[in-house]
Design a protein around this ligand. Structure first.
Ligand SMILES: [Zn+2]
Length: 172
């Protein structure tokens, strides 16, 4: 067992970038007061924590102010472009600050790693037990020439959490 899972550098793929929803996109939605589906935004104060926040890639804590918005993540196209519900902070947050690493605040969660090709079509889907397992699967999928990016999604409802692409932030 090597320590390669400790870093984002994986043989054959190189550096990976873990992408939250861009802050500018979220700012535009908050300013508009509506999500992409036209639903008016409604601030909720969470009674209990645990909801994954797609702005900063950690679970919400009890008492935090959040919005539940309809969102279509990038990298998908045509019939494969799925709009779904995601939680974000009600106000702008610091965002995800370590894009070279799997989000530690979500690493305990079982996930589905769903791969998409350059045409935005689903190329594969793999169930993973946790972040450490996910990192290995992500590296294998992104090493395939037809795979452009992967999504990490919740197991039960299939909701989008974040995307991963090969390359550093400056390449994307
Ligand atoms: Zn946030």
């Amino acid at each position: 067992m090597t320590q390669t899972t400790e870093t984002a550098v994986v043989a054959g793929v190189g550096v990976l970038t873990y992408q939250a929803i861009p802050a500018a996109e979220l700012d535009a939605i908050r300013t508009a007061g509506r999500d992409e589906a036209g639903n008016p935004l409604e601030v909720r104060v969470l009674e209990s924590g645990g909801a994954p926040l797609r702005c900063c890639l950690r679970e919400a804590r009890a008492g935090e102010r959040v919005l539940l918005i309809a969102y279509t993540p990038s990298g998908t196209a045509g019939a494969y472009a799925e709009r779904g519900p995601v939680f974000i902070h009600a106000e702008r947050c610091a965002g995800y600050l370590t894009p070279g690493h799997y989000p530690p605040g979500l690493a305990h969660r079982q996930q589905v790693v769903r791969a998409y090709d350059r045409q935005g079509r689903i190329a594969d889907g793999v169930l993973v037990a946790d972040g450490r397992h996910a990192e290995r699967v992500i590296a294998v999928l992104l090493a395939r020439p037809e795979v452009e990016l992967v999504h990490l999604r919740n197991v039960g409802y299939g909701c989008y959490n974040f995307a991963v692409r090969a390359g550093g932030e400056q390449d994307l």
